[in-house]
Design a protein around this ligand. Structure first.
Ligand code: DC
Length: 231
């Protein structure tokens, strides 16, 4: 079977990561959460008080940052920043409130996109983010773009935070999602947008299982079509 690059883009809290992780598990592919990479950079910037207006400081900081993923004993990929597990910390509101401004910086994007391309070189990868189908892998074999209604997204994010004992009121979550949608889709550097050849899935009224099944169906269709084209 042909090994695919599967790009899953879309707005925050539409179920991208959960879908991408499950699709990767089902196919035996590698899963790369690019949002986690931007979150890890943001955490480093906060902890080291990096001034977002100082290009030299940003460059120096980026040269000190290594983001990696390690699969834990439960088979779940976790994010490491310079060898330290930061999976929990990068999901907190402190990081969520700053990540869109950090990920809008050109130097940050260039550094992360280069790493992401290296990670996907061998194919057999599911990558989720905002610009995977448009910038990181415009030649991806399958591009999916997820959308959902705001309230559903906010409740999903609240549940996720609660799983980490972080109780955040729904209005603050909606405000944060709105702000991030706006910054992510209006920034100058690779703004969030659906690639022309991406397939849109509205996840408002479907379950995670249905989302996963739909992406798997699309992936298998691509594989079969490719196989049938072989001599
Ligand atoms: O998917 P997420 O919510 O964990 O992503 C966190 C932030 O990172 C999001 O607000 C926008 C940014 N991001 C990005 O700019 N490009 C990506 N490929 C992935 C995430």
């Amino acid at each position: 079977m042909k090994k695919l690059i599967i790009a899953i883009d879309g707005y925050s809290a539409c179920g991208k990561s959960t879908t991408a992780r499950e699709v990767a598990r089902e196919l035996g592919y590698r899963y790369i959460d690019t949002g986690a990479m931007y979150r890890a950079v943001t955490l480093y910037f906060i902890d080291h008080h990096i001034a977002l207006t100082n290009p030299k400081e940003i460059e120096r900081a980026l040269s000190q940052i290594k983001v990696s993923f390690v699969v834990n004993s439960k088979g779940i990929s976790e994010t490491f920043l310079n060898g330290v597990n930061v999976e929990r910390e990068i999901r907190t509101m402190r990081v969520s409130e700053n990540v869109s401004r950090v990920s809008a910086l050109k130097a940050v994007r260039m550094a992360m996109v280069e790493q992401q391309r290296r990670m996907g070189k061998e194919k057999a990868v599911v990558m989720d983010g905002r610009d995977i189908g448009t910038v990181v892998f415009p030649q991806a074999d399958l591009k999916v773009f997820l959308v959902a209604e705001m309230l559903v997204r906010a409740f999903r994010r609240q549940k996720e935070l609660l799983e980490h004992d972080d109780l955040v009121d729904i209005d603050s979550i909606i405000e944060n999602l709105r702000q991030r949608d706006s910054i992510d889709s209006t920034r100058a550097e690779s703004p969030l947008r659906k690639a022309d050849d991406a397939l849109e899935i509205d996840t408002t009224h479907i379950t995670i299982e249905e989302q996963v099944d739909e992406v798997l169906r699309l992936a298998l269709t691509k594989m079969i079509r490719h196989q049938n084209q072989q001599p």
